[in-house]
Design a protein around this ligand. Structure first.
Ligand code: ADP
Ligand code: MG
Length: 698
């Protein structure tokens, strides 16, 4: 950082050690630069006035211009207050003070013209403005321009560091900096994108001269923020692919060909083919693949994964497929073994419940190279699991695995295996670009043909009888149903009771009709859980009452009804995941969202979105708007999202633009070392210095 901007804030005129401490503790302002990047959250145009007659809302600042017509004290004791009557020609309003009477009376003159600024309140059927600011109008010396409002805290306010105080400090700062605010972007970019120079943008964002310039300033500063972020991510990605060599998987190979020609159960969808091409290109280039495969629930990611694993096999490399739960790993094992039944490929399953003897056999088989493909859970990560030559790791449902765990897989071979991460929780593009900025992204945006969209309905408690009748109807057609309850740690006991009550109710209704019911929840022993699950999978039970343990990946094509209880308590992506458990067979399927009567506006919006859309990407976008990026990606990663001015939920286009620009620059100068990029290189380093968190992502 330029030395002046790096000056500790205590050295700013008007600050000193005490205030400096508060600025640090409360607002994270340590240096001149930090204060410079403490931006206003709104502005008040000082030259625009409201009409008193048009005041009709609380909590909105208004600015009035008029005359004080009367001033008097009313009430007594603690009820005492000072009332001033103020009119502007359109109407009049009371100004109210509860303290400081003497000073006010001594300084205000009835009949003088004032500018009044404050928040109107509606009290006893009248509008009034408590403790307004008043400024005497002096002809020729009227206040113009905008006042900036800064985020502050109570502790700051006690030290005089309220919005006005901060505003004053910013004024001092500009004086002290005396225009020494260096540009961080090359002139070419500024001209091409029509960006304000940095110094101008910073001035205008704090002390704006017009609405248009506020916009331009915000645009420039957002752009700068996003651009350096993308530059960093792409640089890192470039460094990785340069440094890391991967096994070249150049040949299609016999395994792939045999499967493709003789055992492929169905024609691949266009999207599956496209994604496969993207992956093949990666694998063939001799660099290391680190790719995210996004595809909605049921879009056929598993088949793509299998084909990739066969590519590895055909190139004399082993493959691994890691799933987040035992149930899912089992399902993958059964499904894939079935598909490969007639081929000479050795598949093994390794989970937490694999017996010791079997485990040892697997370890040996992996080392000798006898086993071609290992499917399993976290158990794969253990150090005892070593391969002869691991070439590709597929990780299903990535969001359940942490970064460290992924890194562990990398170390299973001297040349790190290629990594393909599959996720069914679509991430909006702008977020993906930021969170997985150093991964390549492939998207399966097409469902296999013949899928009937799932009919989604939102119902309230008073429809419960009808719900039971409806489930009964479906069971009579030979279908199966899920009933899912939330189970959240904070209210575990209550949730658990809900689940048990729900189970009892279902049993009471359906048992006498000759149907069997399973229950599965996280507190059960894994073996019992597994047994109950299997009964349902085999069709021995007809209704599965469960908590969200069934969320991920379970495949029972005969199930056609998904009832989600207390649906208002689930997030959109979770609701969508749950819904994805049905609609896997040929039958028309239903998802019924049960909620209480008085649900929040946001919950209502979630229900409406579910009812109106089956598209995971649409839902992800809505989710981002509703919850914001921090919530969406989980707290672990939200620190990285501490953007000062850009908003990943709202500035999607800008993210895209910044990424394109960053990429264009790195295309000609991959390490940012060309003389014309010296400025960028230096600016980037300064950005990085202030960002210790970044290393933990991706
Ligand atoms: P997900 O992407 O959610 O993991 P799966 O891989 O489990 O989806 O696939 C969902 C279902 O679609 C499976 O039963 C699978 O056999 C089937 N499937 C996959 N690809 C195709 C295809 N191209 N045509 C028809 N069905 C397919
Ligand atoms: Mg899957």
């Amino acid at each position: 950082m330029n030395a002046l901007l790096a000056t500790p804030i205590a050295y700013l005129k008007g600050v000193g050690p005490q205030k400096a401490q508060v600025l640090q503790d409360e607002l994270g302002i340590f240096t001149f630069q930090d204060l410079l990047y403490h931006f206003p959250y709104r502005y008040q145009d000082r030259s625009a006035f409201h009409d008193i007659a048009l005041i009709n809302g609380e909590d909105q600042y208004v600015q009035l211009k008029g005359r004080l017509t009367h001033i008097s004290e009313i009430g007594s004791g603690r009820q005492k207050k000072l009332l001033g009557r103020f009119s502007d020609g359109s109407g009049s309003i009371d100004l109210v003070w509860f303290q400081g009477f003497q000073w006010i009376k001594g300084n205000l003159n009835v009949q003088d013209e004032y500018i009044v600024f404050g928040k109107p309140k509606f009290f006893q059927n009248n509008w009034n403005i408590p403790h307004p600011e008043l400024l005497k109008v002096v002809p020729g010396l009227e206040r113009k321009g905008f006042e900036a409002f800064y985020p502050s805290t109570e502790k700051c306010q006690h030290k005089g560091l309220h919005s006005k105080g901060l505003s004053k400090l910013i004024g001092n700062l500009f004086e002290q900096l005396a225009n020494q605010i260096p540009e961080t972007l090359p002139p070419l970019i500024c001209t091409e994108l029509n960006l304000l120079p940095r110094i101008k943008a910073l001035r205008e964002i704090h002390q704006p001269s017009s609405e248009t310039l506020i916009k331009a300033a915000r645009y420039r500063l957002k752009w700068e923020e996003l651009f350096f972020l993308q530059l960093e991510l792409l640089l890192r990605k470039g460094v990785r692919s340069q440094k890391l060599k991967g096994y070249p998987i150049k040949e299609v190979g016999a395994a792939f060909m045999e499967f493709y020609e003789h055992h492929l159960p169905f024609e691949l969808t266009g999207a599956q083919k496209r994604v496969l091409k993207e992956i093949r290109k990666d694998l063939g280039e001799g660099t290391h693949m680190n790719r995210l495969l996004q595809g909605d629930v049921g879009s056929g990611k598993t088949l793509v994964a299998l084909l990739c694993l066969l590519l590895a096999k055909g190139n004399m490399l082993q493959g691994a497929l890691m799933a987040p739960t035992e149930i899912l790993a089992n399902q993958h094992f059964i499904g894939i073994s079935e598909l490969l039944r007639e081929m000479d490929i050795k598949v093994a399953l390794l989970t937490g419940s694999t017996k010791k003897a079997e485990r040892t056999r697997i370890h040996d088989g992996l080392l000798s190279g006898e086993i071609d493909l290992l499917i399993g859970t976290h158990a794969l990560l253990e150090d005892t699991v070593q391969f002869k030559n691991l070439g590709l790791v597929v990780i299903d449902e990535q969001h359940r695995f942490g970064v460290a765990q992924r890194a562990k897989m990398w170390r299973k071979n001297t040349t790190p295996p290629h990594v393909l991460i599959m996720t069914a929780t679509p991430i909006p593009r702008t977020l993906a670009m930021t969170f997985y900025g150093d991964l390549d992204v492939s998207v399966i945006d097409e469902l296999p043909p013949g899928r009937k969209p799932i009919h989604t309905i939102h119902r309230r408690e008073n429809h419960r009888d009808k719900l039971l009748t409806f489930i009964h109807e479906q069971l009579q057609f030979g279908r199966q149903a899920y009933v899912v309850y939330p189970l959240i740690q904070e209210s575990e006991k209550l949730d658990f009771k809900n689940l048990e009550d729900g189970f009892a109710q279902i049993e009471e209704f359906f048992k006498p009709l000759g149907y069997q019911i399973s229950m599965v929840h996280g507190k059960m022993k894994p073996a019992d859980k597994e047994a109950a699950m299997q009964e349902f999978v085999k069709g021995q039970t007809h209704i599965m009452v469960a908590t969200t343990v069934i969320e991920v990946g379970v495949n029972v094509p005969n199930a056609s009804v998904m009832v989600i209880e207390s649906a208002e308590r689930f997030g959109l992506s979770q609701l969508h995941q749950l819904r994805g458990r049905v609609g896997r067979g040929a039958e028309k399927s239903y998802c019924i969202l049960m909620t209480g009567d008085g649900i929040s506006k946001e919950a209502q919006k979630r229900m409406d979105t579910m009812v109106s859309s089956n598209d995971g990407f649409v839902l992800a976008e809505v989710d981002l708007q509703l919850r914001g990026p921090g919530d969406l990606m989980g707290t672990q990663q939200s620190g990285a999202l501490a953007l000062k001015i850009a908003d990943l939920a709202k500035d999607g286009q800008l993210v895209q633009l910044a990424r394109e620009k960053a990429r264009a620059i790195l295309e000609t100068d991959a390490q940012l070392i060309a003389p014309e990029n010296a400025l960028l290189n230096q600016a980037l380093r300064e950005v990085l210095k202030n960002k210790p968190n970044w290393g933990r992502i991706s």
